[in-house]
Design a protein around this ligand. Sequence first.
Ligand code: ATP
Length: 613
Amino acid sequence: MPPMGGPMGRGYLTEEEKANKPKVTLPLLKRIFSYLLPYWKQMSIVLGCIVLSSVLGLLPSVLTGRIIDEGLLGQNMKMLIILIVASLGVSLGSNLIQVGESYLNNWIAQHITFDIRNKMFQHLQKMSQGFFTSNNQGDIITRMTSDISGVERVITSTFTSILSNSITLICAVVIMYRENWILATVGVLVIPLFTIPTRWAGKTRWTLTREAQECNDNINGILNETLSVSGQLLVKLFGKEEYEYDRYEKANKQMIGLHIKESMAGRWFRVVINTFSSVGPMLLYLVGGILMMKYDADLSVGDITVLVALLGRMYGPVNSLLNIQVEWIRSMALFTRIFEYFDMPVEIQNAEDAVTPAKAEGNVEFRNVEFSYTPERKILKDINFTLKSGNSIAIVGPSGSGKSTIINLIPRLYDVCGGQVTFDGVDVRKLDLDFLRENIGIVSQETYLFNGTIRDNLLYAKPDATEEELIEACKKANIYEFVQNQEKGLDAVVGNRGLKLSGGEKQRISIARVLLKNPALFIFDEATSALDSISESKIQEAINPIIESRTSILIAHRLSTILAADEILVIKDGVIAERGVHSELVKAGGTYTELYETQFGKAFAEEKEAEKE
Ligand code: ATP
């Protein structure tokens, strides 16, 4: 039974693949080769094994002829046994060699992908924040997982299959022609008889498989949407259970229809292929018979059997080799995609002459800073301010005015487009990146906790922290009471991304995490999202002492934190519109007064009310 045109769904290029065919250039091949080179010794052994097993694999077919002629027809028992044992031995040997080859091949493929994966991970970690905001997370993960696994497949299957199939085919044709050129020619001519229907079958099945895949994606989409935490919430709140069930059932029904069609298409084609593939041997027997009986007395039954057996051995290799072009294009596309990622420049990296001061104090200065995420739109214009060690600055302003952007420039999540940001008097671009980031602690608006325990999340900042240090940090961050109330204390699990905790609790844990880090400069991006007043005041109680005693910058939305700062910067449309202290600014009648009256004033009045009570 000839194979169905290679592994399912891999025999034909999609329109998209055809449109994006990679250019195979010498540098590309050299680059691929550079990943294989470290394993050249193992590869040479694999090569030897492939040649040997392909040749040995054909020997039993040749020996069959002698078994018939010399053993059976010659009635030579001894010869018959020797030939049978030899044939079995050769077959066993060839298979054993294949086992060894397959082990070694997998070993090489695993090691090469291990190298590529690690290199890719390292490279991605160096990419700037801009890369992660502008690229789809799914794409990045696909490149890390399926694309690199594809490389493994290329090495274990594509390369080896090209080699072993070519060798088998060449040897089979040579032996056939040596046996009898007329029969060999008949054999070669009948090859299209089985290759054409096989390819035809493959193509139809492939179309069905693709349809099934699309349907499957659709089902996965529905499952992802409806069975996720937030999706389920939406379904429940809008009472859409029935609607979602109908949608799911419909897609599911379509799927079973396609699966049945797919399996049946396979069955029908097999009938056609089986019929066609028996035409070849029959034709050889017929022509062989005519030759033997009428023209060529030397041609034996054994010779004809050898030719028929060899023809049978050609089905697989011919089909595989017909798919090689597709496999080749796909492999090259895979490598090209991976290399594209490797070639993306690392925008933010250590300067060659980066300096690492002995100690950080936390002084920050912005000098004529300009910044834009995209060339069309300037986000920050001529920002100038100085933060002296021990002091604190509150940044306020309307949403989208550029506050978060300002603080992103300090730990070099982005680099300035003009002017400079200095840390302790040194341009941040000239400072050692590790040093810079070690000395800055940020509590961002969107607190990110890893799935693990509270302790794991805290230790991320300081792996060698003692129990006392952890407790101290929790106390300062006003979260200790909460921790104590947990059955498992610090070992309570926070859930996927901290989903088991409230917004306020997460914030306070992340404050404790930054406190453990104990940086020279604290940066707080106060959450705008509404928290209840108890959570708010707990966070405030945690943050305010830090603002008052440590070097800090905070994006403030609440009056009490603003009042705790030494200087207030009011940002509007990317410029510092006003600066000073609360009492002056509130009287100035500008943006700050407006903000005070709309946002902080309300909170302020509430705070006063609460104090009175
Ligand atoms: P908020 O108080 O709402 O957090 P903000 O003052 O902190 O706002 P920024 O986050 O600094 O504002 O954003 C300033 C502007 O830059 C916004 O208009 C925003 O749309 C844009 N912006 C922010 N991040 C990016 C990005 N990665 N790529 C392109 N534009 C961005």
